[in-house]
Design a protein around this ligand. Sequence first.
Ligand SMILES: [Zn+2]
Length: 175
Amino acid sequence: MSDLPVPVVVDPETGGWSVDGQPMILIPRHYYVFIQMEMEKRFGIAATAELFHTAAARAARLWCEREALSHGLAGVEVFCHYLKRLTERGYGRFAVEAVDARAGRAAIRLEHSCYALEYGAGAKRRTCYAFGGMFIGAMEYLAAAAGLAEPRLMAEETQCRAEGAACCRFEVRPA
Ligand SMILES: [Zn+2]
């Protein structure tokens, strides 16, 4: 497993995977995205987006808290490390174009989004909204770690590969 971009540890007893001490599972991309697709059919896109935002923000914040401790990272380093790890785990190629925890603002470019790839360009709409929740959770972590007031943030995918754009782009800003 030395070729993997993240240090996967497999427990010989349980078979469970972990990276940096955090439990992980390796799942097929199509399955991960099919969950969203099926939820959209059953509950609608707006309700699905809200659910993913909430769950993703909660997960991202916890992830950042744990990683900051295990790697001794602080501030914007944690945010950049988070997007680096998402990239290394195959969600797509993320680039932080701007991040300002105090202002509650960030801009992120994403190429090869796992959602856009699975939906295909024929989707003709933006499909990668779950990442917005992840960015919000990571920004919330930054604010909390800096002792700032709990921010109310929103994230928007402003363009998407699945609607024909060259890449996906996201903006985080105060709600
Ligand atoms: Zn997208």
